[in-house]
Structure formats: C-alpha cells, structure tokens
Write a protein that binds this ligand. Sequence first.
Ligand code: ZN
Length: 414
Amino acid sequence: MRFEEKLKRYADLAVRAGCNLQKGQDLYLTAPICAAEFARMTVKSAYEAGARQVIVQWTDEAVTRMGYEYSPLEVYEQYPEWMAKLRNGAAEQGAAMLFIDASNPGAMAGIDPRKPAASSRASNAACKPYRDAVNQGKVAWCIIAAAAPDWAAKVFPELPADAALEQLWDCIFQAVRVDQADPNEAWETHRHNFDARRALLNKYQFTSLHYKNAHGTDITIGLPKNHNWAGGGAELADGRCFFPNMPTEEIFCSPHRDRAEGTVHSALPLNYHGNLIDDFSLTFHEGKVTDFSAAKGYDMLKELVGTDENACRLGEAALIPACSPIAQMGVLFYNTLYDENASCHFALGRGFSECVQGGASMSEEELVKAGVNASAAHVDFMLGTADLSITGITADGREIPVFVDGGWASEFQE
Ligand code: ZN
C-alpha cells in the first residue's frame, strides 16, 4: 500500500470508527499546523462521510510557547469568554470532535509550569458545558496522533529527519491497524474483545489485585466496592459507539485510594514535563507513597508525588498485554496516547468517576468516600514486564489469574 493510501485510510478511520460521524452532523476539528496536510485529508474524509460543515481550529506550539513567554500568569487564570462560546457552542450543537495531536515533547521545556496549569484550570472552568458533553456521552469525540518532524526527531534521534518521520508514521499506522486488510472490521473485533474482558472483570468484582514480577514489583492494590472496569470503545447516550482514543489498548479501573500495600517498580522511563524519571520504585502503605527511589530524576519524582496532598495515591490501574501492537514496537513515544498503551500502568493522582457504578453523578466528596482518589495530578507510569503476573482476589478469597507472563490469563483470552 502506498503512503497516501494509508493516510487516507487513517483519516477515514478517525472520522468513521473514531467519531462515528453522522450524515448532516458538524465536525469540530482541532489540528496543529505541523500536520496540516493530514488534517486536510480528515476534513475531506468528513465531508465524504456526510458532514454538514467542518470547522477547523488550527494550533501552533511555537505560538502557544510565545504566549507563555510574554504573557504573565494572570492572563492564563482567565479563559477568554468568546473562546469558551466557541467550544461550548460546538458541544451544544452536537458537533463531533476530532483532535489531532502531533506535539513536540520538548516544546514547552523551561516554561513556568504554573502557566499551562492555570490555562487548563481556567479552560476547564469556562468550558463546563463542553466538558460535560464530552464526559457524559452527549457528543462523540476522538483523539488521534499525526507524525510531525519535531516529534519524530525526538522518538528516533538516530535517524535522518525524513527517515524518522516515515518511521513514526509506520508506527502510527501499525498501532491504529490501518495496515490490516479491513481497518474498520479490525476495530469492531477490538471492541468486542474489550467488551468481553471488561464484562468478565466486572463480574468477578475482585476485592484486590496482586502484581508481581522479577523486576521488584510486589504490590497489592484494593479495588473499590462496585467498581467498574472501563476502556476500549465508548457509547453515546443514544447507544452509538465511538472510540475516544485511537490507538487504545487499555482496560482500566481506579484502585481504592486507601488500599495499596507494597512496592511497584517502573518498567519504562517516565517523561515528566520534559524530564526523564527512570528506574524508579514507589512503596505504598494504606494507599499512600511512604518511600520512593529513582536511579534518574529523583527530584522530579519527589515533585510529582508532592504535587498536592493526594498525588501520592493511586488513581488508575490499567491492563495492557505485552503482545499489544504498541508494546511490541518497544519504542518510547514521549506521547501519552501511545506510551500509556504500551504497558500495564498505574497513575498517581486523580481517579475516574466512571470507574465506580453511579460515579458520574457523584460529587468529588462522594467519589473520595467510594475510594476514588481526587487530585490535580494524574500521571501514568509503566510497570508491565514480560514476566508480570496479576492475580485477582475475590470476596470469598479465591485467587484468579488475570495476567500470566505479561499477558491475559487463558480465561481472559479472545
Ligand atoms: Zn491509562
């Protein structure tokens, strides 16, 4: 298959399987100018799928960076009302949302981290109708990645620029299954596998999971009562399916914030605000980090754990088999959409309301009471190795293998 053909398939896939765009619907596309060519292809795919109108919001990291350099912190504490109107309006009109990410991992190096943090707080507050529509299944949305020169150079520094870009596109095509005979069908199968595994995990309602490998991980995490494993495809209120993330390989839950005991050792370096934390371990007691070490980036890890009062507790446990396409590549992408789909991981910080039954309508206090952590931080770190075992412990004390040798135990296989 020629490169252009793969790109076109990818654009079609994002619009159809990703956003499940309907005839007569609007598409609100956010795209970086460094991926303009691919963005235009998705616009074309959207019109071909019957879009009424495609509105593109172009972004540019160089411009964003300039803003952070020149404008004081106060500017970022308020989100422009007219910008909020645009986003809230798109959501209220029921437009599908497609986000293309091609960010350069080092683009904001050296920027005062309080500015982007203030900016996302302010936009979250000002764009509540938009956020609610996205979080409550009122609009379909999808995040995908596009290769761009700066990002490719960071992932493949040993290659010349052209080859690095080509290599990154190849990884993307493989990860999103564009290279398979029928990508749409491949995603349908993917969806069914997710559904079956989630249903089985939810039926077991394990009280805890025990993780162990030869790398130094030996930890038991509690799971909240009435927890709900999520991941894979999502559903709109009207039952239509979409994929919020492409690729996606993870099934995840929020561990109980007070019930982690033992030590977890990292399996891959963690890129935190442009700095690498590597070969690190965290020891938990009653859900809180009580000790940690790092061969590299100890100070960054310390900052992360201390982001706020509850950044030292777990918010996510995600299961990804070592045989998933992204895991097989063995590449560090410096991009969450990719890296978090490469390996079983935990996240320090905020948990997910969707991971307990009825969580969507609970207040933050109620969620915390239910065991779901609250924090401004949510940072994934990878712990999955080829020898990782995960054992589920049921309420009546039975031990059920969930992961064996880094992959799903037989009961959970396709
Ligand atoms: Zn995750």
